[in-house]
Design a protein around this ligand. Structure first.
Ligand code: CO8
Length: 260
């Protein structure tokens, strides 16, 4: 039963819109990630679907990234299962044979940014309140190598170095300048713009486009596939450290305080 992801497949056109709908912030919980991977796999296996537009049904938020509650006060087994699900989501999205377009209609930090940069093209709402980036270091945690690779493949080595160390969140206009998004449009036009770009990409013969995509992305995918188990072990030993648990708890409290 789909609860977190709404999928609307437009049969004639062969394009699906995947809407993330897990209020309040579309955080990537284990349940959410599992459902996401299953939904994407179904579309991948559907010969009638050639493209996916990834967007949010929650106002002002694309996704708040990984669910911090999944990384706090749980068992090592739970962390391992959670991290495998994060890897699976990324592997499925990054290697998708379909054209994938992120229609970023809200805030897009950390894991939300990873999802967006794993797509083939990004269109963001030109709202100065929305930001996008890998802000992990601001939480006292470290984005793993495959987050780094994905972002470096998008904005280059130097911009990634600065982005990652400072945990930068870019406003929509800065995001366009640095190339972390490809296009800004008024908020109400994000989905239409995504559909227009999709039809351009779908005009290219699938087979040639897919081989080209794979040629660009395979080395990055293979790096995680080769080190998948050690990456899980790294995550578990990192996240179970007292100092990291403390940082995450402090961060969760600061989110709550900011609210009040
Ligand atoms: N996980 C869990 N809960 C969250 C998260 C999250 N990522 N983000 C927000 N929430 C909760 C808030 O605590 C709040 O809960 P409650 O209502 O119980 O107080 C509720 O969601 C609503 O949040 P806000 O009031 O903050 O909502 P706003 O609309 O004001 O702001 C934002 C939305 C901008 C998304 C804001 O919530 C925010 O900045 N969230 C944090 C985003 C973030 O920093 N995410 C990083 C996650 S880490 C990650 O994705 C990758 C880690 C990889 C490395 C791991 C190595 C250990």
């Amino acid at each position: 039963c789909n609860r977190n992801i709404l999928v609307e497949l437009e049969e004639g056109v062969g394009v699906a819109v995947m809407k993330m709908k897990s209020p309040p912030v579309n955080s990537l919980s284990l349940d959410f990630l599992t459902e996401f991977s299953i939904s994407l796999e179904k579309l991948e296996n559907d010969r009638g679907c050639r493209g996916v537009i990834l967007t949010s049904a929650v106002p002002k938020i694309f996704s708040a990234g990984l669910d911090i509650k999944e990384m706090c006060g749980k068992s090592a087994e739970h962390y391992a299962e959670f991290w495998r699900a994060v890897q699976e989501m990324w592997l499925k999205l990054y290697k998708s044979n379909m054209v994938t377009i992120a229609a970023i209609n809200g805030n897009c930090p950390a894991g939300g940014c990873l999802m967006a940069v794993s797509c083939d093209y990004r269109i963001m709402a030109e709202n100065p309140k929305y930001s996008i980036g890998l802000n992990e270091t601001q939480l006292g945690i470290v984005a793993p190598f495959w987050f780094k690779d994905t972002i470096a493949n998008t904005i280059g080595h130097r911009a990634t170095e600065r982005s990652l160390q400072l945990g930068l969140l870019y406003s929509a206009s800065d995001a366009l300048k640095i190339g972390i998004v490809d296009e800004l449009v008024p908020e109400e036009k994000v989905l239409n713009a995504a559909a227009a770009t999709m039809s351009q990409w779908l005009a290219i013969p699938d087979y040639a486009r897919q081989i080209s995509k794979s040629m660009m992305r395979k080395p990055t995918l293979d790096r995680l596939l080769t080190h998948r188990e050690s990456d899980i072990q790294n995550f578990v030993s990192f996240v179970t450290k007292d100092s990291i648990q403390k940082s995450l708890q402090t961060y969760m409290e600061s989110l709550k305080q900011r609210k009040g």
